[in-house]
Design a protein. Structure first.
Length: 277
């Protein structure tokens, strides 16, 4: 199984992100690319940068029609083992998304913190960003402010109702404006991990090359998804009340996460179906 090294764990803790020395198998990458193409075709009315909950089947008129391959990869034991290096042994996978920026007109993701619009308390999540194409600064790779996760500060945000933005929340805080950002450039098949408090975003894609990323969200089970919490609208609909959770490792430490909602199985059978990790 893949594991983060001590150096990688310390880098994540210090900077808020890490690019592990790991690359997914070519066969998995090709399956994800095929699923991407099929998902885009299945959702003609949704911008490819805003394909949320792509690991689940379509449950309503505002939901994306997903693909089973994304769920299979999100539950992959090797990837979960990587995440366990920073979250510990008790993990829930709670979300997956595609950020696919077409060449020439790929939309901007403004600099932001994810916790602005996630109803998780205590707020904790590790995001895995998996490159399906080469991602560099020319086609809008991930851009982060190292160390901005420290002290778990909730920076001031503002709402921007612009049609060329993937999200409508952007950092508007003088404490951030003086800090330098770095680009996370990845080859196809590489991935990065980043903390929920890390300030990050990505610039528009004005190149002639597509830039697609598959994103999976994992949280420690000491946190709880609060389904009835009132949170800001992020710019695209998410039905938190019916969002399914997957216990991918260990146990639900909080004892408060509803693992049955959104599943045909019981919580016990969901955990068992993942191999009793």
């Amino acid at each position: 199984m893949a594991k983060l090294s001590k150096f990688e764990i310390e880098s994540y803790q210090a900077k808020g992100y890490v690019v592990p020395n790991h690359k997914i198998p070519d066969q998995m990458l090709e399956r994800l690319r095929q699923a991407l193409e099929e998902t885009i075709k299945s959702n003609p009315d949704v911008r490819p940068e805003q394909l949320a909950s792509i690991h689940t089947s379509k449950a309503g008129p505002s939901d994306t029609k997903g693909h089973s391959t994304f769920l299979e990869v999100a539950l992959d034991a090797g990837l979960v083992d990587l995440v366990s290096g920073v979250l510990g042994p008790n993990i829930i996978m709670w979300g997956a998304q595609l950020f696919c920026k077409p060449g020439k007109d790929g939309m901007e993701v403004p600099m932001h913190q994810d916790g602005q619009y996630w109803p998780i308390r205590p707020l904790a999540t590790c995001t895995m960003w998996l490159a399906l194409d080469t991602a560099d600064r020319n086609n809008g790779c991930l851009e982060v402010i190292p160390g901005s996760h420290k002290k778990e500060i909730h920076y001031q945000h503002k709402t921007e109702e612009r049609g060329d933005l993937v999200l409508n929340q952007s950092v508007n805080d003088p404490r951030i404006h003086s800090l330098d950002s770095v680009f996370i450039e990845l080859e196809a098949g590489q991935l990065s991990l980043h903390d929920v408090f890390l300030v990050h975003g990505s610039r528009p894609n004005r190149s002639g090359r597509r830039r697609a990323g598959f994103v999976v969200r994992y949280m420690p089970t000491s946190s709880v998804l609060c389904r009835d919490m009132n949170i800001p609208f992020a710019g695209y609909p998410v039905n938190w009340s019916t969002k399914p959770l997957w216990l991918v490792s260990g146990k639900d430490v909080s004892g408060k996460n509803d693992l049955a909602i959104g599943h045909p199985q019981t919580p016990t059978s969901v955990a068992r179906s993942l191999g009793g990790r």
